[in-house]
Design a protein around this ligand. Structure first.
Ligand code: ADP
Ligand code: MG
Length: 504
């Protein structure tokens, strides 16, 4: 396997206060919905947007006497996600009850994994710019049930409950407090999303709430973070606040920015930051208190007596590991080292797995750099202009590859290729057949080019004298020949022959 590209860490975000500089420390708890058709402990469907309370089994509704049965597919996705984050897989994990009352949680507890999570320590490389990346440590991933949804804005007097989401499988991915700025936090969530989309374990749809983050923010003085890293002692860091349930990268950044400034103002005023859970209000651009920090004992966690500990076979885990797809970091490194792409281009091409797949089919057996230029500039550029996803591209990988082959064999010029791309985009069809039918063929027949050059030279004696005195003017002849041949002559060959004939 190829090593990751080498990188240096980005600078921590510094905010200057009245009493000096402050640095940000951020740790995230990301809830990723497992891409599974059925719930974690029941066979009910997970379809988004279904009629309220239509995807609810007796288990989800917590009817008396119902028993949860673990969904093996969800367990496998958590393991795959753990492996994708280079994490340790715990062969024995266990489910605990986290007890609390909420109208959209009919059990009166959430089944989660507090003491023995299924996945242990891992890491994510968060790219900020070519050559600049942060290694963020993952503390754990545990499996847990999602809650339902309370709806308070449909009726002035009543609240409604929709249990469709109740019991859907979530992976909670907990990072160490290694993130040092708002942009990094957003990039971290984006990277998790990218990796899980490559793995197919979470669709990453933030709008639907399938990926959401609780963002922990604290501030400290320069040097404190390094002391924490050296000692592992959290207490040298500032008191953190947790901003709940963020499902937009833009809001995550804005909330962190606001929260850090709020904490700095409190401390500089002589106050102390109180550890609490806060909510971000995007309309006001500020966070407000939701509840004081709850401790584990507030939930009276205990092992769920309805579920046996989860025991995995090492061989099963090994099989899953062996079948993992190539992940973004490895793919990007391979594009750089094997295809000679710039890190920037490799990053663009690997951002979405569908884009990377498309590029790879275009590049297979062809010049990688040329394929990258065409995919990024011509195809992605055009898709962006039209607001289309790669899946809806009118030009397929096979068609684009066909255009590149015509360039590679010298049959068409770069300019003709652009025209051909346009035709394939709007009309479809096989590039080679279109080129043949429309007479798109660059003339590389040197005899024909020579004849055209001779003709132009003979007709323009004054221009010949000028060009001999000033060789820069030879380009005029090249232009005339290209015009005379209807743009079909190979420009490089014309240039060369013009030079010879003028004795330059
Ligand atoms: P708890 O045990 O209270 O749940 P954890 O230590 O598990 O707290 O941390 C929960 C989350 O808060 C983790 O994502 C962690 O990275 C983050 N975190 C912990 N300490 C800080 C801090 N000082 N500043 C910012 N984030 C922090
Ligand atoms: Mg914790």
């Amino acid at each position: 396997m190829l090593d990751h590209l080498s990188y240096t860490a980005p600078e921590a975000r510094v905010i200057s206060g009245a009493t000096g500089d402050w640095e940000l420390v951020i740790g995230l708890e990301v809830h990723a919905q497992v891409a599974s058709n059925a719930k974690l402990f029941s066979g009910a469907s997970t379809t988004f947007g279904a009629e309220p309370n239509s995807n609810v089994s007796f288990v989800d509704a917590a009817m008396p006497g119902m028993l949860p049965v673990i969904n093996e597919f969800c367990v496998e996705q958590a393991v795959r996600t753990g492996l994708g984050l280079k994490a340790a897989i715990n062969l024995i994990s266990a489910f605990d009850r986290k007890n609390y009352f909420y109208p959209d949680l009919p059990q009166g507890y959430q089944i989660s994994q507090l003491y023995h999570p299924i996945v242990g320590e891992g890491e994510v490389i968060v790219d900020m710019a070519p050559g600049v990346a942060r290694r963020v440590r993952i503390e754990r991933i545990h499996l847990e049930q999602d809650a339902g949804k309370s709806i308070h804005d449909m009726d002035p007097a009543l609240s409604f409950v929709d249990l469709n989401r109740t019991g859907v499988a979530l992976m909670e991915i907990v990072s160490r407090p290694d993130i040092r700025g708002p942009e990094e936090a957003a990039a971290y969530v984006a990277k998790l999303r990218q990796i899980m989309r490559y793995l197919g374990t979470c669709d990453g749809n933030m709008q639907n709430g399938n990926l959401r983050a609780d963002v922990n923010v604290s501030v400290c003085r320069p040097g404190d973070y390094e002391r924490y890293q050296a000692s592992g002692d959290h207490s040298v860091l500032g008191t953190r606040c947790e901003i709940k349930n963020m499902n937009s990268l833009r809001f995550i950044q804005a909330a962190i920015e606001h929260e850090a400034r709020r904490q700095i103002a409190i401390i500089e005023d002589g106050g102390t930051v109180v550890q609490e859970t806060r909510l971000y209000d995007p309309d006001r651009g500020e966070t407000r208190s939701m509840r004081s920090k709850e401790e584990a004992h507030d939930y009276r966690y205990f092992p769920d007596p309805d579920l046996l500990p989860l025991e995995l076979d090492q061989a099963w885990v090994d099989d899953i590991a062996a079948a993992l797809p190539e992940l973004p970091d490895e793919k990007k490194a391979r594009f750089v080292t094997e295809l000679g792409l710039s890190e920037y281009d490799a990053g663009v091409l690997t951002a979405e797995v569908e884009n990377a797949d498309f590029f790879e089919s275009v590049a297979a057996g062809r010049d990688g750099k040329q394929a990258a230029n065409w995919v990024i500039n011509d195809l992605f550029g055009r898709l962006r202009k039209e607001g289309l996803d790669i899946g809806a591209s009118p030009v397929s990988a096979t068609q684009l590859g066909g255009i590149l082959d015509l360039i590679g064999s010298g049959e068409i010029s770069g300019k003709m290729a652009k025209d051909l791309f346009e035709i394939v985009w709007t009309e479809g069809g096989d590039p080679a057949e279109i080129a043949a039918a429309r007479g798109m063929k660059q003339v590389t027949d040197l005899g024909a080019i020579e004849a055209a050059v001779d003709e132009i030279i003979a007709a323009n004696p004054a221009q010949v004298e000028k060009a001999k005195a000033n060789p820069k003017l030879a380009g005029w002849f090249t232009g005339q020949v290209l015009k005379a041949t209807g743009g079909k002559a190979n420009p490089a060959a014309v240039n060369q022959i013009v030079g010879q004939k003028l004795g330059l």
